[in-house]
Design a protein around this ligand. Structure first.
Ligand code: NAD
Length: 350
């Protein structure tokens, strides 16, 4: 039987406990994985003096596939996000976040089955920022013809034809391969005419090559409202980086919260699977948080490894446990620990 080598980044906060669960549950799908564990984030900073040691990138480059627990990003000063750095360093330009409502989850909705495709490399996440009164900030303020206050900090929002074309092509191919019918591109192009305007323009051009997929455009504020009112009208959402981040959490809210929202980051060479949620530090070590999001991310990884049957078996077991609402975590209306929920999922697979 084929054995896969996969890079595993446990992360911090609730990451390590969830990663242990995933290792155990995936083993029971019958797929053999040799996990190569590497450290990034605060743990790596303490041990190696670097939040993203070369070994992390080298390991993913060697194995081509990785699974990652969440990593804390301090707000304000301190290091920039390791999560963002990983996506940029490995050119993981496409973030895919399915938002599917499973029976048993208490929500206001009956039918939600969305795919969010988020551009991962540019936009306000490019990390080009200038402090107030820095030379660069002063220069830009000087060019603004009095539109920007003299004491402003500045963030740059790059949106390029190259990166937009790449993500749009990815989205249309994804839609076709996954039997999806419609792509809705989302920006605020009425206000950001050049950057978001370019995003729409390029997506519109790419759409012409894929007439079998319906294409439409929505402004992000209107989109947020429509998703809350009638999420069943949408199929695949295609967004630049920042709107993609925010709309991902909104859509997670439609299907029961961050505990059930999985994700994956794809480039042309590598893939890194991770939940939408962060490290939820207040829950660290309590075994309270839902393992579903990371387990469904592992299910996406199995699909990527072409282990379709194992992926289906895992998703079916997870959905049965959620539907029964007996052995589920607090966020799904239960009181089980995540280890207990995982054991129940394993029982359904054997
Ligand atoms: P968070 O996603 O960590 O947690 C927000 C809340 O969501 C939690 O308090 C909890 O109520 C709920 N939640 C999260 N995961 C859950 C789960 N598995 N089951 C049940 N409920 C769950 O967001 P935050 O508190 O804003 O961020 C904490 C840290 O994580 C920050 O440093 C942030 O930068 C980082 N972060 C990392 C990633 C990543 O590693 N990709 C993603 C998002 C945030």
């Amino acid at each position: 039987m084929k054995k896969y080598k996969v890079t595993l980044i446990p992360g911090d906060g609730i990451g390590p406990e969830l990663v242990e669960i995933v290792k155990n549950v995936v083993k029971h799908t019958g797929v053999e994985i040799d996990w190569e564990e590497v450290e990034a984030g605060e743990v790596a900073l303490e041990k190696y003096g670097n939040v993203l040691p070369d070994e992390v990138l080298n390991s993913i480059k060697r194995n081509k596939v990785g699974l990652k627990g969440p990593i804390t990003t301090p707000i304000g000063s301190g290091f920039r996000s390791v999560n963002v750095a990983l996506r940029q360093e490995l050119n993981l330009y496409a973030c895919v976040r399915p938002c599917k409502l499973y029976k048993g989850v208490k929500t206001k909705y009956e039918n939600v089955d969305l795919i969010i495709i988020r551009e991962n490399t540019e936009d306000l996440y490019a990390g080009v920022e200038f402090k107030p009164f820095s030379e660069e900030a002063k220069y830009i303020i000087g060019k603004s013809q009095g539109k920007i206050s003299k004491d402003a900090a500045i963030s740059i929002k790059p949106i390029s034809t190259t990166a937009t074309k790449r993500i749009a092509e990815f989205a249309f191919k994804y839609a076709i391969n996954n039997n999806r019918k419609k792509i809705t591109a989302v920006t605020k192009a009425n206000i950001m005419k050049y950057t978001d305007g370019l995003f729409f323009e390029v997506c519109r051009e790419v759409a012409k090559n894929y007439p079998q997929v319906e294409y439409e455009e929505k402004l992000v504020d209107n989109m947020a409202m429509q998703l809350v009112q009638k999420p069943e009208t949408y199929d695949v959402l295609l967004l630049p980086n920042l709107y993609g981040d925010i709309i991902s959490d909104l859509c997670a809210g439609l299907i029961g919260g961050l505990g059930v929202a999985p994700g994956a980051n794809f480039g042309d060479e590598y893939a890194l699977f991770e939940a939408v949620h962060g490290s939820a530090p207040k829950y660290k070590g309590l075994h309270k948080v839902n393992p579903t999001a990371l387990l469904l991310s592992a299910k996406m990884m199995l699909e990527y490894l072409a282990e379709k049957q194992a992926a289906e078996k895992l998703e079916k077991a997870i959905s049965e446990v959620i539907k029964e609402v007996k052995v589920v975590t607090y966020d799904l209306g239960g009181s089980a620990k995540n280890i207990e929920m995982a054991e129940e999922i394993i029982k359904k697979m054997v």
